[in-house]
Design a binder for this molecule. Structure first.
Ligand SMILES: [Cu+2]
Length: 701
């Protein structure tokens, strides 16, 4: 069977759109030519036109199976990549094409082979009437209309369930063609062909038509523009809710539209970590505005924690009660701290307007939670995160294993790959190093690189000079990792890798391929050179390490399942025009809240049919990857908190609903999240007292 290539997905979409555009162009030209056929000046010209139109119609009819092929190729990526195209594109192209084949072509053929005794003679009335028959031009006009509507629906692709949008689309075209067919019949009443409008009458009619269409489009756009404005103050509880495949929540559930604070309802504010007890680790993170320098000297107008770029590394031990006090000493940057990848109690999650109010300048806020996981994590602002994280309000966080603390001789490098806005433009760096960083490491030393992608986009990294293991994904240990050498490591925004190797006698080079001149060079004496690897295959975490039993898996029975279709379309977000990043065809806050009940096993299928990757980050839960692009995980179990779904990909993931609250599930390309690629996971009987929106000062994304 045909194996779809993810790398070629964008090309396949382009192929399909190109065929759809060709169909429109060809049918539009044919429709015009066929409609004017009765008005050819001579019988000879009528015959010549018929021949061209015959050839053109054959070509257009042949494009229909071509489109079917391009749609089926997309279907190879999964049904969600093809179904809307199939159900809309095929009837709208196929039905008129069949009519053209059966009705138009034989009639054109007759004109094409007819004897023309006098080349200068005008067509007879009988010929004109025949040329004006609806059978000649109506199929082509219907095909042109169908192709136009098909293209519009390619730009505004409907998300499942498809039944209603497909039916409405087909009905609109059907009604349009019906009106046209009535006018066609009126064209030949009385035994003559009614002449076409000419001169000013024609101009007036065309103008009227154009103005009407533009007015309708403008009216819709104006309504959409206004409707997209976010309220000045809104609650996440205003969302509509969806229950996926599972039952709607039972007795005492929070019905949509109610105030949703029943007697049994728990406030997010009460879902805190331990409020009492002496913390094992205590930190203070003080936010300030500061001009910061990268190693090249580039200057950043930054907001930082404790004057550092990135923020200080917080290192705790598994089981520790951690207390972090955020002190906001900025002049005008209200902020919060989110513990990315750590399944803290909901009230400690740090999302402004959902789990707390943003901490205003001059104020402070204390987070307390117990470190229940181990590995590499990071913390960052979740107030206006798309600008605040970019400007520096983030830092690394490590939770060491309780029973297996890190040996003292391990040389560790904590690296955040980031993109900064500097006085020299956009600069990619590892921590604050946008030039090559050199370090002396003695041969034989165990080395660990903890890598965080704190940027928005998928990055690709390589390590050259020593065989190495990927020992953790998003902080979660890989079971029995094997040595890697000639691969590149893709990592989506928000994701983490732990890499381990033993320092060899020669140099080792770690590089972000987006900035190969920078990176890290380790050698016994801190000198030497080594170019980064570039043209090597990509590492696939779903085929790495050794399988291990998990408490649930692809064959489990799920209590509830959800489908998230990631896509894009033009539209408005909060009153501004954008190319929107949509979830199931909608943007925040119109994406219904995904409801779960505590204890449920939930499956999520995430399909990316947009043209960019989306690192989807579910707060408060680790998810287990069940399959990637229809293939089950064959290596070590893959537990992630940030699943990077590249365009053309489909992931099936599952998680246990074991952390009650209201949790964001959003794209960690934070500009996408800020423009609508955000949904919430809601537990039944949990409500938030916090509100978001301009008037509240809380802007989570
Ligand atoms: Cu995204």
């Amino acid at each position: 069977m045909f194996e779809p290539s993810i790398a070629l997905y964008d090309d396949q979409v382009n192929n399909d759109v190109t065929v759809a555009i060709l169909l429109l162009a060809l049918w539009a030209v044919l429709a015009r030519g066929l409609y004017r056929l009765p008005f050819r000046k001579t019988a000879h010209k009528l015959r010549r036109a018929s021949r061209w139109l015959f050839a053109g119609t054959v070509l257009a009819v042949l494009l229909v199976p071509t489109r079917l092929v391009t749609i089926l190729v997309l279907g190879g990526y999964g049904s969600h990549f093809a179904m809307d195209r199939l159900w809309i594109g095929m009837p709208l192209a196929g039905v008129p094409a069949i009519f053209a084949l059966v009705l138009t072509l034989p009639r054109l053929k007759r004109f094409a082979v007819e004897e023309v005794p006098d080349r200068t003679a005008a067509p007879t009335d009988e010929q004109r009437l025949r040329a004006a028959a609806p059978a000649i031009s109506l199929p082509a006009r219907a095909a042109a209309i169908g192709s136009l509507v098909t293209l519009v629906r390619l730009i505004f692709a409907p998300a499942p369930p498809l039944f209603v949008p497909v039916l409405v689309t087909l009905a609109v075209v059907g009604a349009w063609v019906l009106v046209l067919s009535r006018r066609h019949r009126a064209r030949t009443t009385g035994g003559t062909v009614r002449p076409m409008l000419h001169g000013r009458a024609r101009t007036r009619r065309n103008l009227l038509g154009t103005v009407t269409v533009l007015a309708l489009v403008a009216a819709y756009a104006a309504w959409d523009w206004q409707a997209s404005r976010l309220p000045d103050s809104y609650s996440m509880m205003d969302h509509t809710m969806t229950y996926g495949s599972g039952p709607a929540a039972g007795h005492g559930h929070l019905a949509a539209g109610s105030t949703r604070t029943t007697a049994e309802s728990i406030s997010v504010a009460d879902l805190t970590g331990p409020r009492t007890g002496t913390p094992d680790k205590r930190f203070t993170l003080t936010a300030t505005e500061a001009k910061m320098n990268l190693s090249s000297g580039a200057v950043i107008d930054a907001v930082v924690f404790n004057g550092q770029l990135p923020g200080p590394e917080l290192r705790v031990r598994e089981g520790d009660l951690v207390e972090v006090t955020l002190v906001n000493k900025t002049r005008n940057v209200p902020t919060t701290i989110h513990w990315h990848g750590i399944d803290v109690p909901n009230a400690e999650d740090g999302v402004a307007g959902v789990t707390q109010d943003a901490v205003a300048p001059g104020k402070s806020h204390t987070y307390r939670w117990v470190a229940g996981q181990t590995g590499t994590y990071w913390y960052h602002s979740h107030q206006q995160s798309s600008t605040q994280v970019r400007r520096g309000l983030f830092g690394p966080l490590v939770i060491e294993k309780k029973d297996a603390p890190q040996p003292a001789n391990v040389k560790e490098f904590m690296l955040s790959s980031h993109v900064w806005d500097t006085d020299k433009g956009e600069v990619t760096s590892l921590n604050a190093d946008d030039t090559l960083r050199r370090e002396a490491v003695a041969p034989g030393t165990p080395v660990r690189i903890r890598l965080v992608n704190s940027d928005n986009f998928l990055k690709t990294f390589t390590l050259t000079g020593a065989p190495y293991k990927v020992t953790a994904l998003d902080g979660n240990d890989v079971n029995a990792p094997t040595d890697l050498s000639r691969v590149k490591l893709p990592l989506g925004g928000g994701g983490r890798y732990d890499l381990e190797f033993v320092m060899p006698d020669g140099p080792v080079r770690f590089a972000d391929l987006a900035a190969p001149q920078a990176g890290l060079l380790l050698s016994p004496d801190g000198k030497g050179e080594l170019a980064p690897l570039t043209e090597v295959p990509e590492f696939d975490p779903t085929r790495y390490g050794t399988a291990l039993p998990t408490e649930f898996g692809p064959d489990s029975t799920f209590d509830r399942s959800y489908e998230l279709i990631l896509d894009n379309k033009p539209g408005f977000f909060d009153g501004n025009p954008y190319y929107l990043w949509t979830i199931n065809g909608s943007v925040f806050p119109d994406v219904p809240m995904l409801m779960v009940r505590e204890g449920e096993l939930v499956k999520m299928t995430i399909v990316n049919r947009s043209f960019l990757e989306h690192p989807m980050h579910l707060h408060g839960h680790r998810v287990l990857v069940l399959s990637r692009n229809g293939k089950r995980v064959t290596g070590s179990p893959v537990w992630l908190d940030t699943i990077t779904i590249v365009d053309g990909e489909t992931y099936e993931v599952a998680f246990k609903a074991d952390n009650p609250g209201l949790w964001m599930d959003h794209c960690h390309n934070l500009t996408h999240a800020a423009m609508g690629m955000t949904v919430h996971l809601g537990y039944e009987n949990v409500h938030t007292p916090y509100r978001a929106g301009r008037a509240t000062g809380n802007v989570p994304e």
